[in-house]
Design a protein around this ligand. Sequence first.
Ligand code: PGA
Length: 257
Amino acid sequence: MQRPYIVGNWKMNGSRAMLAEARAIDRAAARIAAVEVAIAPPFTLISALGEASTAIAVGAQDCHVAASGAHTGDISAPMLADAGASFVIVGHSERRADHGESDALVRAKAHAALEAGLGAIVCVGETLAEREAGRAEDVVAAQLGGSLPNGETFAALGERLPERLAVAYEPVWAIGTGKVATVADVTAMHAAIRAQLIAAYGEPGSELRILYGGSVNAGNAAALLSAHEVGGALVGGASLTAESFLAIVSAAVRDNE
Ligand code: PGA
């Protein structure tokens, strides 16, 4: 059984002034060994946050598929590792929407991250129209089928797969909206995702963590984190202050006890 994994996604927010929040999160996380705490700040803060932290992991919100080359404005997975990142979020719905990222591209990014020695959090989630049409599970299954690491990258990971890979289920309509999926909907989706992970990966597929994301806050975290097969949370807005983020980390401790 792995520890609950609580990951803050700062998105395009944060300047050096926010390092104070990160330090406060890090100090608290050092005393909460029962929870694995991580923050994915914008690229510009990865090095500084890495230097300011001892207990939390620092990650990125995206990477390029290539290790280097003529790709103006992009950042590669080996560069992220060099800057002190230990994981990358790939396939977030904002990147899928804003940058037209396909499942195949998301898979290639996950492969690039894993091959650079980083962890990867692969994000999936349906839109409101897809849920209302009764297609939520099919949409998520198709995204997973196209985005999950496979082939040689998967084979090379072997038993380390559950430590290096996580899936985040983030219904698009719940992100940044204050609308949260019901615990019943989350439980049903996570069960479907788990079945697919086991079908794809065998035994390691039963261990890797499936995070929920979408308007997680101090008030709803305990109920969501105690739902079956919810191994943690990917937190946007509520990760931007130590106070609101640590309330979610504390809810994960209670759930774990
Ligand atoms: P939110 O974002 O917590 O602000 O809804 C979650 C996410 O997009 O990862």
